[in-house]
Ligand binder design. Structure first.
Ligand SMILES: [Zn+2]
Length: 259
């Protein structure tokens, strides 16, 4: 592509000349940040947030998938107790494939409460694993658990970082928060970071296939949606596969090879 055309393309995307020159410089050597996905349900953690976790772990950083519920009411044919166990088992298998860990809080699927008990429980897990980066739900969601998770994670990050709040583990400040591109959380979602996930795309897709609902068994074709989304985001950011993320600060659009 001619440079002129390339610049024009990036301008259309909102990636200005500054972003272009930054993207063309070799990235400064810095240790990759540990990352924690905080999701309402196990599927969200892996399908919408799993690729950035896979990327960071592939760079040598620790990764954790935290789910606030087991998503046990997600099947029309399998009883919740059994389905919850299947979801937990799938999460553990998928996390192993991505060299990450899992953590669970067992609030009832569909009834995740927004209160300080939940927020402190999440803050304690943040203090335990000490992630530099948290990725969670955007609150423009059609699912009440996702909106709840957004609010819980936001306050949990605040509680985790406040030294005056004395808990079992010392305070830990999360340095970056991102919101995931989730088909259920699309209202007002505005991408500002395009993360190139090409190196981990296949592994991430294999990990997602550990879940019983990945191929549309529950009525939504997650595999087709998230695969085609990664291709589309890749087209927009000049990589083969990418995921789009949103920052609380609504920063300028940028492309990244790590978080
Ligand atoms: Zn969900």
């Amino acid at each position: 592509m001619h440079l002129h055309t390339r610049r024009r393309f990036l301008e259309v995307l909102g990636l200005g000349a500054a972003a272009l020159s930054a993207a063309q410089k070799p990235e400064a050597a810095r240790p990759p940040g540990g990352i924690m996905a905080i999701a309402a349900h196990p599927g969200d953690a892996f399908f919408a947030m799993g690729a950035p976790v896979a990327l960071q772990t592939s760079l040598g950083a620790p990764g954790v998938f935290l789910s606030l519920s087991l998503g046990e009411r997600g099947s029309a044919s399998i009883p919740p107790e059994r389905y919850g166990a299947m979801q937990r088992e799938a999460s553990q298998r998928a996390a192993r494939m991505l060299a990450a860990q899992t953590a669970f809080l067992s609030w009832p699927d569909g009834e995740i409460p927004v209160n300080d008990e939940v927020k402190f429980a999440v803050a304690d897990i943040i203090r335990q694993y000490k992630p530099a980066i948290v990725i969670t739900h955007w609150n423009g969601s059609l699912h009440k658990d996702h909106k709840a998770c957004h609010d819980i994670a936001t306050d949990a990050i605040f509680y985790a970082g406040l030294p005056a709040i004395v808990r079992r583990n010392p305070a830990h400040a999360v340095s970056k928060t991102f919101y995931a591109d989730n088909w259920e959380d699309a209202d007002g979602f505005r991408a500002d970071t395009y993360l190139d996930i090409t190196p981990v795309f296949d592994r991430w897709q294999d990990a997602c296939s550990a879940f019983p609902m990945w191929r549309g068994e529950n009525g939504f074709r997650y595999n087709d949606y998230y695969r085609s989304r990664a291709i589309e985001r890749g087209c927009l950011s000049q990589s083969k596969y990418a995921v789009a993320l949103m920052s609380p600060s609504r920063q300028l659009v940028r492309r990244a090879k790590s978080l």
